[in-house]
Design a protein around this ligand. Structure first.
Ligand code: WTA
Length: 767
């Protein structure tokens, strides 16, 4: 359904004229259903060699099938989108954004259209037949959602009865303050209750006879290396590590840092901490020694669990060496480093008295370990994530509420049943690996695939080979990987049997409809509903998400709130907007897995999440709500950038760049990236006496690699002898974003700049 009539008229008008114009130029014949036009337009054409105009929604997937290197498609209902499969950029825009553009300009400018994935006008919802095992239809969801927000204590109390509570919580177990004007922000769920997350993930299933079912299916980096661990085996390994931790002085509430590759030992280490009430802090294996040191210091870890190294494709990552370097910067804090000897990367340096081998130490530990029953609000883990300042934030989650949301969302969103083979491709170093690789699937008695390697190693068919090998039923991944696999070609997918797949999921960033359609049509053969799940490290679990088979799903739409979540759309004054429109996405009341604080900095917690809009949790994202009440995520509205689904604060990257002795000032903005979603674009001003050279560019990139990690390395360095600043010295990032996107014709008002000539110099200086 088209919502915006003028947009429709315009789109149709443009469509017709463009067809004509391009057709005259190209003299091409039009195949049935769509209109491919191949033409080179002067210099510009080198970057956009093929145009394709679609006449209906059904055409959209076609251009991914043509095998053409790149294309532009105009959807007459709403969107003009350009997708360059072989190039570096991808664009999508609403047709009415172009409405005043003369055709000539439109034809010449498509590469400059902004990709606002998720912000486009909805395409027709896709109805994929699927019978959800718990919800028969939309009206049942509506009724249950209403109850969940009108009687949160009752609703979640009922859901909690699916889990073991050593001590029952009170009937009125919930209280909160979400309004900074009324005092300190707090949230309490399941007051009076005592439980243990690991007990619920493992012992509970073993007691009901599932002990011999697979819990973790480990697929190593090299095809053919694998391991199946049953619930009993995971339980035994968890108990051995838990006993070792206790023997080494770790007790309830102590912090343990985990820096491991994607071996089964990683989720096992998390579960071992939770079993004894220790608070884990997993540090993603891609972080550098500096980043590791600051996290270990901030969470006050007494023990670090690591491995000699890990393999990513052909590359060995020397994790222990990175730990050694990092700990040298925080000497005296960590008393023990437990090192798993990975046979693929056997060598490492050794510090006697501090370092011990996992394999040696754990073998002698008992495979039984008493459970530490903890209060519902006992801290479970801290996980560091990027914000808009240079210092990462230690998001803290607690036990009871997190358990409920992790278990319940996984059950409903993936319709997960005991025994299902489920694969989430995330690394445990990120929140998705916590909630949807480890805790959620195990709480539901499923088998969770743990993949060590790279999804394109040894070839682009690896993901589908794994799906076939394990007969994966639910696959959960990130749009960035989907886009990378589209580029590899359909033949890699169709070569493997995907008949086991029933539900496909995405997370981490808005998914562009083209990628959605490919996932749906090519991967899922049109059989599998797609759940485009919206959530954050802070929310602990999905907060806005489709439920498979419960309502038809428009591509690229996160859709409706999960139970217990009350999203609102606000204007800049913090007023709630009703009906269709655009605004800031916030949440009105606590849900069980809201972050409880930022470790060691409750003031920053309140300032970041609760000060911007009084009375609400602010997500930092923008949203658009359609007239059916569905939410579309339009992306971050703060200085956080989403690179390949990894959150990176621009301030963190700037702080790293200015560590270089030659760098006087750095300003980082996001740019569109065809595969990564967003890339990092850094403007650099050098100090007097330093020369702008390519060698220096490399040094700058390297400094980010060493301070944060390779995944945060800038894609572009733009020499900026001057930066656009207001008279009060504030950098005008809006101007920098426009220049980076080559949209300088849309710079807007630059009269407040202290020196407007800076802008021309930057444009002239573009790399
Ligand atoms: C973005 C990842 C659109 C969003 C779980 C959010 C999404 C940030 C989606 C959190 C989605 C996550 N559609 N955007 N389905 N899921 N995001 O903390 O900008 O690493 O604020 O958690 O990812 O990233 P984080």
């Amino acid at each position: 359904m088209v919502e915006n009539k003028s947009a429709q008229r315009y789109a149709e008008g443009v469509h017709g004229t463009m067809v004509l114009a391009l057709h005259c130029l190209a003299r091409l014949t039009l195949p049935k259903g769509c209109i491919p036009l191949q033409q080179r337009f002067g210099a510009f054409s080198k970057r956009l060699p093929l145009f394709m105009l679609c006449t209906s929604a059904q055409c959209l997937p076609l251009h991914t099938r043509t095998g053409s290197p790149s294309c532009l498609s105009l959807h007459p209902h709403c969107a003009l989108s350009a997708h360059r499969t072989a190039g570096t950029r991808s664009f999508l825009s609403r047709a009415w954004e172009l409405s005043e553009q003369p055709l000539k300009k439109l034809v010449r400018r498509p590469l400059r259209l902004r990709l606002e994935a998720g912000a486009h006008e909805p395409m027709e919802p896709v109805s994929t037949p699927y019978q959800h095992s718990l919800l028969k239809d939309r009206s049942q969801y509506d009724a249950e959602w209403r109850r969940s927000v009108e009687d949160p204590a009752g609703f979640w109390g009922d859901m909690a009865s699916n889990y073991h509570w050593e001590q029952q919580f009170e009937t009125n177990h919930q209280s909160e303050n979400f309004d900074v004007r009324k005092g300190k922000i707090f949230q309490k769920w399941f007051r009076g209750g005592k439980t243990n997350l690991t007990y619920n993930c493992l012992d509970r299933h073993i007691e009901r006879g599932l002990g011999d079912s697979p819990a973790l299916l480990w697929e190593g980096n090299e095809p053919g290396t694998d391991k199946v661990l049953t619930y009993k085996q995971v339980h035994a390994a968890v108990c051995q590590l838990a006993n070792w931790l206790k023997a080494n002085g770790i007790t309830k509430g102590d912090a343990v840092a985990i820096y491991l590759p994607m071996l089964p030992e990683l989720p096992i280490a998390m579960l071992a901490c939770a079993r004894i009430g220790a608070v884990h802090s997993v540090i993603f294996g891609g972080f550098s020694s500096d980043a590791l040191a600051s996290r270990v210091k901030n969470c006050e870890a007494k023990v670090v669990i690591t491995a000699t190294g890990g393999m990513r494709g052909k590359k060995a990552i020397p994790l222990k060496r990175i730990v050694d370097k990092g700990l040298a910067k925080v000497s005296g804090l960590v008393s023990k480093v437990l090192v798993y000897k990975n046979p693929d990367v056997p060598e490492c340096d050794w510090t006697d008295g501090r370092d011990v081998w996992w394999q040696d130490e754990l073998a002698s530990q008992s495979t039984d370990c008493a459970v530490e029953w903890v209060e519902s609000e006992h801290p479970l883990f801290t996980l560091y994530t990027s914000g808009s300042t240079g210092q990462p934030k230690g998001v803290l989650h607690t036990t009871g509420g997190y358990m409920l949301m992790a278990g319940t969302t996984t059950r409903y969103v993936f319709d997960l049943q005991p025994g299902d083979v489920y694969w989430c491709t995330a690394d445990c170093g990120w929140i998705t690996g916590h909630t949807y690789l480890t805790y959620g699937p195990l709480l539901n008695g499923a088998a969770s695939v743990v993949f060590e390697g790279q999804p394109t190693y040894p070839d682009a068919g690896r993901v589908w080979a794994i799906v076939q090998k394990y007969k994966v039923k639910q696959l959960y991944t990130a749009p960035t990987l989907i886009r990378a696999l589209i580029n590899a070609g359909d033949q890699w997918v169709t070569k493997y049997d995907r008949s086991s797949l029933a539900i496909l999921g995405t997370v981490g960033e808005p998914i562009n409809p083209i990628a959605w359609q490919w996932y749906h049509e090519v991967v899922g053969e049109g059989r599998c509903p797609i759940v485009d799940t919206y959530w954050q490290t802070e929310t602990g679990a999905h907060i806005i998400t489709p439920l498979p088979g419960v309502w038809p799903q428009p591509p690229g739409c996160a859709s409706l709130p999960f139970f217990g979540v009350q999203p609102v759309m606000l204007n800049e004054k913090g007023e709630e907007l009703q009906g269709a429109g655009e605004g800031f996405l916030a949440v009105k009341a606590s849900w069980p897995s809201t972050l409880r604080t930022l470790f060691g900095d409750h003031a920053r917690y309140e300032t970041t999440y609760f000060q911007p809009f009084k009375g609400y949790y602010f997500t930092g994202d923008g949203t658009r709500r359609d007239k059916e009440g569905r939410y579309w995520i339009t992306g971050r509205v703060d200085d956080v950038i989403n690179v390949s689904g990894h959150r990176i604060g621009t301030a963190e990257v700037e702080a790293a760049l200015t560590e270089h002795p030659g760098c006087s000032e750095a300003a980082v903005v996001g740019i569109e990236h065809a595969v990564k979603g967003q890339g990092l674009y850094a403007y650099i001003t050098l100090k007097e006496g330093h020369e702008y050279t390519d060698a220096l560019k490399k040094e700058l990139v390297n400094i980010v690699r060493s301070q944060i990690g390779a995944f945060a390395a800038p894609d572009v360095i733009h020499w900026a002898p001057g930066l656009p600043k207001t008279r009060s010295g504030k950098i005008m990032r809006r101007v920098l974003r426009k220049i980076a996107a080559k949209e300088e014709s849309e710079l807007g008002d630059t009269s407040t700049l202290a020196d407007p000539a800076v802008v021309d110099a930057l444009i002239a200086n573009r790399p």
